[in-house]
Design a binder for this molecule. Sequence first.
Ligand code: NAP
Length: 259
Amino acid sequence: MDLGISGKRALVCASSKGLGRGCAFALAEAGVDLILNARGAEALEQTAQEIRDAHGVSVTTVAADITTDEGRAKVLEATGAVDILVNNAGGPPPGFWSDWERDDFIKALDANMLAPIALMKALLPGMIDKGWGRVVNITSASVRSPIAQLGLSNSARAGLTGYVAGTSRQVAKHGVTINNLLPGLHQTDRAVSLAQATADREGITLDEAAAARDAANPTGRIGTASEFGATCAFMCSVHAGFMVGQNVLLDGGAFNSTV
Ligand code: NAP
């Protein structure tokens, strides 16, 4: 399917690895020029070069922490106007409800709620002026079904979800859509570190923890970054103009419900 977005420009945050990288590759395959961001310059430049080699699109990199005002200012300076924004950042650490203090919540809110909101505030006006735009926020399956040890994530992402629910309906008449893409477990560094935490907690090996995790999913496996990226690219396509304020769950059927 031609996604109809060849020649458009996208900012993909936190995209040197994992799900952000999957989204960047899929958008590049659709002919989209990219601005990629992550904190570590080396992996970021390596991903950028792999994308240039594979798809021949223009890729600009900005090494910066997207969760800080200074980092975002650096990214936005290099970005200018874009047609597509994919919001992403690292997830907060796991823990226990009684351990989290105010500062832990502030960090989680900065990373997973206020950073994407600030980027939308900066970039939506340009999309509205052009009469076309797409925003996809990478959130988490924990928005639908809480993961108790990820309480910081559950809390911050619920805030972003509420913001998107209202704002998406305010900008839709300008041809701009905002939706959230909710990953269940996907094969990334983050998934490995979560499996390692399970292994340490339960006194089993990493392989055993990963096998139990895979068996618990209806598909018998976890998702891939390229499957995730392809879904994101569709949500950024010309065909998704009537998809507004949705929370698209990509979890292999792990969330057990009839509707
Ligand atoms: P990942 O494999 O650890 O990759 C994270 C990427 O984000 C890296 O490129 C990293 O590069 C970049 N990054 C992290 N913090 C950043 C920051 N402050 N500023 C700029 N870039 C930053 O993670 P992932 O699995 O793709 O997860 C992406 C998001 O989806 C996370 O919020 C995670 O909680 C959520 N999620 C993931 C899964 C899953 O199964 N993978 C499931 C549910 C939710 P640098 O470290 O160099 O900055």
